[in-house]
Design a protein around this ligand. Structure first.
Ligand code: GLN
Length: 487
């Protein structure tokens, strides 16, 4: 086995036993990147010298005693998370030359544990999209089918894990952006409970929905990486005080799920669900049953209004968050503007891509005086109804099981002229963000043409341990871990 194919936990064992060094491991991943990156295009930016220096420091730390399992582990980071001294573009021309003067809290935590940052990976501009086709620096290719999308917006994070161009990665999820690309690339992705992971240093898209989380080769790694980034942060006012937890402990409790009640939301199996996706997901659900879980039908009756509410709330928050990119304080400044207004106008028209402009226009319109009640207020009320749906469902069950995306990955360019159909495909992932509950995507099979399909599990607030335990049990029964795309 190549070193780049290792999981975090396998690499960590080898590092602890002194059988490999982090420098060797990091160099092996860079050779892998050299081999496949021309076809996958997952990365936007790398600083190899800095990564190797971090690896050397991690090797020294290991020699000096007890370290975190993440010590010396090479990770890829979505380019929306601030990295001190390393360009952070959010996939946008407007931040092309932005070098953050500080680290995001998650980066600080990872650095303190000795993790190695390989570089920054591709994403839809400002995390707006579902196919990573809205990145100013190119579209990454799905390692399982190179002419297909990786999913989005954390497409580079998912592709890099699937192609062994890192051991694991971080993404962010506002309406599905960790779970959906994880599903399309056949890796594990976790959107934590809102407040579980600090958003400090995450370039904001929609602040009431954004959450950082791990994309990994297996469930054990997802627990390890989540352990490493979660916990209270006084610099994020929405950070939860009960944020820290040891998720690896939840995985120790064997694979028997007796006593666990799994709800199947009927609304998640409606029209538009691809039959191959349904088949793989139903098989995953059957395995939950075989592991001892009790399977029952539940209803989340307002699911169908989630997309409409999200595409008011998220653009409204984005129109406000993105006002800071004005050509004065950050990033790109248009040359030759002869007034301040002209400077704003030109910098923003040149710096933002079409999808970001569309969202800013929608959001500004929705918030404008006279329309607020009809749009933003209404959408917030729908959000409350969706939260109530979850509360009622979680009175009857511990987990919800469903598809992640109603369709497998599409061909790059196939939906370019139809943004609405792309928005609609977020139907099954958006509700978790609106309610703030955690969600996970676990690989559960392939379509006939070889495209990965994910099983989504959702749980009540702060029940990631239950999510991971159930996912681990299904993962062991499926035996898909270690299956690699033929690159
Ligand atoms: N696809 C959704 C959107 O375009 C979700 C994106 C995300 O989670 N960042 O907004």
């Amino acid at each position: 086995m190549e070193l780049s194919q290792l999981t975090i936990h396998a690499a960590s064992d080898l590092l602890a036993a002194g059988e490999i060094s982090s420098l060797e491991l990091t160099e092996a991943v860079f050779s892998r990147i050299d081999q496949v990156e021309e076809r996958v295009a997952a990365y936007i930016n790398q600083d190899r010298d800095e990564a190797k220096a971090q690896a050397v420091a991690a090797d020294q730390a290991r020699k000096q005693g007890e370290v975190s399992p993440l010590c010396g582990i090479p990770l890829a980071i979505k380019d929306v998370i601030c990295t001190k001294g390393l360009a952070t573009t959010a996939g946008s021309r407007i931040l092309e030359n932005f070098i953050p003067p500080y680290d995001a809290t998650v980066m600080e935590r990872l650095a303190a544990q000795g993790a190695v940052c390989l570089g920054k990976v591709s994403m839809d501009e400002f995390a707006m999209g579902s196919g990573n086709e809205n990145c100013a620096f190119g579209t990454p290719h799905n390692p399982w089918a190179l002419d297909h999308i990786c999913g989005g917006s954390s497409g580079g994070s998912a592709a890099a894990v699937a192609a062994d161009e890192c051991l694991a990665s971080l993404g962010s999820d506002t309406g599905g952006s960790i779970r959906q690309p994880a599903s399309h690339c056949g890796v594990v992705g976790v959107k934590p409970t809102y407040g579980r992971v600090s958003r400090f240093g995450l370039l904001a898209f929609a602040s009431s929905l954004d959450q950082i989380g791990p994309l990994t080769k297996d469930v054990t790694d997802a627990a390890l990486l989540l352990n490493g980034i979660c916990g209270h942060d006084p610099r994020d006012s929405t950070s939860a005080t009960q944020g820290s937890e040891d998720f690896s402990a939840a995985l120790q409790e064997a694979g028997d799920l007796t006593g666990l009640r799994v709800g199947i939301p009927q609304e998640y199996f409606g029209p538009g669900l691809d039959p191959e996706v349904e088949k793989a997901v139903r098989n995953g659900i059957a395995l939950l049953g075989e592991a001892g879980a009790e399977i029952r039908e539940v209803s989340l009756p307002h699911t169908e209004y989630g997309v409409a509410a999200y595409y008011i709330i998220a653009p409204a928050e984005a129109s406000s968050n993105l006002a800071r990119y004005d050509g004065v304080r950050y990033g790109r400044r248009a040359p030759e503007a002869d007034s301040l207004l002209e400077l704003y106008r030109r910098s923003r028209s040149q710096g933002f891509g079409p999808e970001v402009k569309r969202r800013i226009l929608i959001g500004t319109y929705a918030l404008s005086s006279g329309y607020y009640d009809a749009y933003y207020k209404k959408a917030s009320q729908v959000r409350t109804l969706i939260m109530d749906d979850y509360q009622k469902a979680f009175a009857q069950c511990d987990l919800l099981a469903s598809p992640v995306s109603p369709i497998p990955a599409w061909q790059i360019g196939a939906k370019a002229s139809d943004p609405l159909s792309v928005y609609l495909s977020d139907l099954l992932t958006i509700p978790a963000n609106l309610a703030g509950v955690p969600g996970l995507s676990l690989p559960c099979g392939f379509s006939e043409s070889g495209l990965p399909i994910g099983l989504q599990l959702q749980a009540a607030h702060f029940q990631e341990g239950t999510l991971l335990r159930a996912a681990h049990s299904v993962e062991q029964r499926l035996g898909l871990v270690g299956q690699k795309p033929n690159l």
